[in-house]
Design a protein around this ligand. Structure first.
Ligand SMILES: C[S@@+](CC[C@H](N)C(=O)[O-])C[C@H]1O[C@@H](n2cnc3c(N)ncnc32)[C@H](O)[C@@H]1O
Length: 204
């Protein structure tokens, strides 16, 4: 499947040149402050799905973690691989909801990140994807999801996904809610955009 046909990536290839600057301008520590205590201190495998420019993958690598960065939009993946040529980051062309290549490898991760990605999936895709996220999360591992609420940027496919639905899907997949923050501000100071941040643990 090419990036042009991956549901949720609409607009990213066309707008990649304009998007990478703003995406890279966000500071990992500012964006992810609420979940910093949930990030393992000891080196561990981290999965970043919809990794974009590699900003977060690079931050995790700098902390000593080994990262699999999944990014279906070739233009973003190529940019990220050039910008962050770290041996600790393995880039993968794969996509939600099935993550077929990744799942075929049978790996699990102590931390799974979906930052500004989940709301690009439609309802059927979200339902299909959550059990796969649970499979990829190691026992005791964490899953972080952020949800954007606000006007849909031109050319993108985006849905107003509720925290309630996401928590219910996660519970069905055996993931326990450990953090919920509503009405989080935009990193770009947009008053018409808010975010929900959710984190889950896969209990023993
Ligand atoms: C708003 S960007 C966020 C990028 C990065 N996580 C960040 O926080 O800067 C959304 C990303 O999700 C990716 N994406 C969209 N649909 C996807 C899908 N079905 N599977 C995996 N990634 C997808 C896009 O290609 C894009 O890189």
């Amino acid at each position: 499947m090419t990036s042009a046909t991956v549901g949720g990536t609409e607009g990213y290839a066309e707008q990649a040149d304009a998007l990478v600057g703003p995406m890279d301008a966000v500071r990992f520590a500012d964006l992810h402050r609420p979940i910093l205590p949930l990030i393992p201190a000891a080196p561990c495998p981290v999965l970043d799905i919809g990794a974009g420019t590699g900003r977060d993958a690079a931050a995790f690598a700098a902390m000593g973690h080994t990262v699999v960065a999944v990014e279906p939009t070739a233009a973003l993946r190529r940019y990220a691989m050039t910008r962050h040529p770290s041996p600790a980051i393995a880039w993968l062309d794969d996509s939600l909801p099935h993550l077929a290549t990744l799942l075929s490898r049978g790996r699990q991760f102590d931390l799974v990140m979906l930052t500004a990605v989940w709301m690009h999936l439609d309802a059927a895709e979200r339902q299909a994807a959550m059990p796969n996220l649970a499979r990829l999360t190691a026992t005791g591992g964490r899953l972080s999801i952020t949800l954007r609420h606000g006007p849909v940027p031109a050319g993108r496919r985006m849905f107003d996904v509720s925290a309630t639905e996401t928590i219910a899907l996660a519970a069905e997949a055996g993931l326990q809610l450990v953090l919920r923050l509503d009405n989080q501000p935009s990193q770009f100071n947009r008053t018409d955009v808010t975010w929900t941040r959710l984190a889950f643990v896969k209990p023993a």
